[in-house]
Write a protein that binds this ligand. Structure first.
Ligand code: ZN
Ligand code: ZN
Length: 653
């Protein structure tokens, strides 16, 4: 949940009838009766309509309106509110028509109310007509229109009107800035709008709004959405006053943009520095997401305790995040317990549970939970389908996955998106039904995109299919020319097929373009502290000790038949040097660190930012037996639960 998805403020214009009452009374009387004799409003009928509106009796109110020659502005205000509350577009249109014939068509106060009403009734076209039809636009009308367009996702239109507004010299107020910043991210074309967002940032500074908490927090949110973490943190650090929403926005920015360490650090800072601020649900969801990303179980448990103490345990997004946190920290059972204790659930909580089963490889349970969700009366969301299809893929349930995929449009009216197709290609590809996977891609009604092609290439690596791998990588190289990972995967496939000239050609290509592989990184939590490892970790104070332990273990394993698998090393080195490189992989360092520093009986929990390589996988299996320790590794795809020399994935990942 993004911080700024919290309810947007609805701007309240000043009571227009107080400022303009004399003017509009005259206009109204002239336009309706074409006479200069002012008719005083029939107080009784107006009063009756207003009371009926307040009581929710809209139909009767409309009946009295049809007999009332002089409805007042306040009467119309209440009628419009009532139509919005009762979600009645047809009545709203009747009131709107009557209001025009009564001469209120130039009343900016009522125009604002009408725009808000149409926005709430999801009818942005009608809101646009109200805006276009009024000449006397005060800032309130503009703001209401901006809000309506932003909520309807027409970000670019807001920005076009904003430019017009600036050209004709109407000064923005604090609400305008909030809406236009939100408009920047309410559009599909995110990249092009970042520049516009920066320009609005400059306007805000130029017009002296930099001390305004709400605007600056919206700026933090906007930069977070664009993934510009450093811009967001600059704005945040410069804010003279920060409230809980600002802190939460920055914590969410870190959590959503792959910076979980910083998210937890900032949360700690917030708790230490601000004694009067109480974290809200957005804060807690982001902090739990950070714990989940790092598999920081102990910290996650502390946060759970805090949530219970502060009574935040009835907020659905918080509990769903708890379910996910426990599951992603390897404690699927605890996640299930939290899920079972929920008084009420929404689709998000069901999805959390389904995907939790998925990453642990429990396909059967994921499908059962998906069916339970539907049985309980919930319509699945596109994410539910991604979760359950992903679970089928991890468990190798091809037929079940195909049935679910077929049911999407037929039963649930969800048309498969790129994510769903990627799941299907992965499911069929892993099961060595690569031709079927290719056929799925050929029959796609949307552009496949890198995710789908990447799934196919990944499966080609598992089953060493050179022909299809070349087909997939040709498209991938076009779509992601700078992603070194794709070149490495193809080189891997060539190496497996003993096509060494091709391997050399690819390596040269990667070197010539100066492409860098994403470097492997692993994390481990020991004594409530998170330790991070990369493959070349000279700065770790224990590095020599870790290397010595790994060498010793490797020697012992070799005696029992372990052969290091070094094909992931793409450099021209001799076998000994290659062995040294794979022995220094970040997850092995993390395992060694866990063996040395944690309680002898505690489960070792590790997170890895990439897919676990074959060598690390077989090495960890053997360690779990040699050292008699349970080891949980969550790689980018799923969980591996190593125990007694075997892994829960059944070597299928
Ligand atoms: Zn490895
Ligand atoms: Zn495994």
């Amino acid at each position: 949940m993004w911080a700024f998805q919290a309810l947007q403020p609805v701007q309240q214009p000043p009571p227009y009838h107080q400022i303009h009452s004399q003017k509009h009374q005259t206009t109204r009387v002239f336009s309706r009766h074409q006479t200069s004799i002012a008719i005083s409003p029939s107080t009784n009928n107006n009063h009756l309509i207003q009371s009926l509106c307040k009581k929710g009796n809209l139909k009767q109110a409309l009946h009295v309106l049809s007999q009332e020659p002089n409805p007042t502005q306040h009467t119309y205000e209440l009628l419009i509110l009532s139509c919005a509350q009762q979600n009645s577009l047809s009545d709203g249109v009747i009131v709107h028509r009557q209001l025009i014939s009564d001469g209120f068509d130039e009343d900016p106060f009522l125009a604002t109310k009408l725009i808000n009403m149409y926005s709430e009734l999801d009818c942005v076209d009608h809101a646009r007509k109200v805006f276009d039809g009024i000449l006397n636009r005060t800032i309130y009308v503009w703001n209401a229109f901006f809000r309506a367009l932003t909520l309807a996702g027409h970000g670019e239109e807001v920005l076009n009107h904003y430019r017009r507004m600036n050209l004709i010299g109407i000064p923005s107020d604090r609400f305008t800035y909030t809406y236009v910043l939100k408009a920047c991210v309410a559009s599909e074309a995110l990249v092009s709008l970042l520049q516009v967002g920066k320009e609005i940032h400059a306007h805000i500074l130029r017009h002296g709004f930099e001390t305004h908490v709400h605007i600056m927090t919206t700026l933090v949110d906007m930069y977070a959405r664009f993934g510009c973490v450093s811009y967001a943190s600059c704005v945040f650090n410069e804010m003279p006053v920060k409230n809980v929403v600002s802190w939460s926005a920055m914590i969410a920015c870190y959590a959503k943009n792959g910076r979980p360490f910083e998210a937890l650090e900032l949360f700690r800072e917030m708790m230490l520095e601000t004694h009067d601020l109480v974290p809200n649900s957005v804060t807690m969801v982001s902090v739990l997401q950070a714990c989940a990303a790092l598999a920081a179980l102990e910290q996650g448990k502390l946060i759970h305790g805090y949530i219970l103490r502060k009574g935040l345990d009835s907020i659905l997004p918080v509990i769903s995040a708890l379910v996910t946190m426990y599951a992603r920290c390897g404690e699927l059972g605890l996640g299930r317990r939290v899920f079972d204790q929920m008084d009420k659930r929404d689709v998000v909580s069901w999805n959390s549970m389904i995907s939790s089963y998925g990453i642990h490889g429990f396909g059967r349970e994921a499908i059962t939970t998906f069916k339970e969700m539907i049985y309980s009366g919930f319509s699945p969301s596109p994410i539910s389908l991604v979760s359950v299809l992903g679970a089928c893929s991890h468990a190798g349930f091809v037929e079940e996955g195909k049935v679910l995929f077929e049911s999407m449009a037929k039963e649930h009216r969800i048309y498969p998106g790129v994510e769903h197709y990627a799941c299907m290609v992965d499911l069929l590809g892993r099961a060595n039904r690569l031709d079927e996977a290719a056929k799925v891609i050929e029959n796609m009604r949307i552009e496949p995109g890198p995710k789908v092609w990447g799934s196919l290439l990944g499966s080609c690596r598992i089953h060493c299919n050179v022909e299809l791998a070349e087909w997939a990588s040709r498209r991938l190289f076009e779509l992601e020319p700078t992603n070194a990972g794709n070149y490495v995967l193809l080189a891997d496939i060539y190496a497996e097929a003993k096509m060494l000239d091709e391997v050399k050609r690819l390596k040269k290509l990667v070197q010539a373009q100066g492409l860098q592989k994403v470097s492997g990184r692993s994390w481990i939590e020991v004594e409530r502290k998170i330790f991070s490892f990369t493959s070349v970790d000279e700065f770790n104070p224990q590095i020599e000790q870790l290397h010595a332990l790994l060498l010793k273990l490797s020697a012992e394993m070799k005696e029992k038949g372990y052969v290091p698998q070094t094909k992931v090393v793409l450099y021209d080195l001799d076998e000994k040097e290659k062995e040294q490189i794979v022995l220094g992989h970040s997850e092995k360092l993390a395992v060694a660190f866990g063996l040395i520093n944690s309680n002898k009986r505690a489960t070792i929990r590790i997170t890895k930012n990439l897919r676990l390589c074959e060598d690390c996988h077989s090495f960890t299996k053997l360690i779990s037996k040699l050292a008699n320790r349970e080891i949980l590794v969550r790689d980018v795809n799923r969980f591996h639960h190593f125990k007694d020399g075997v892994c829960s994935c059944g070597d299928y990942w």
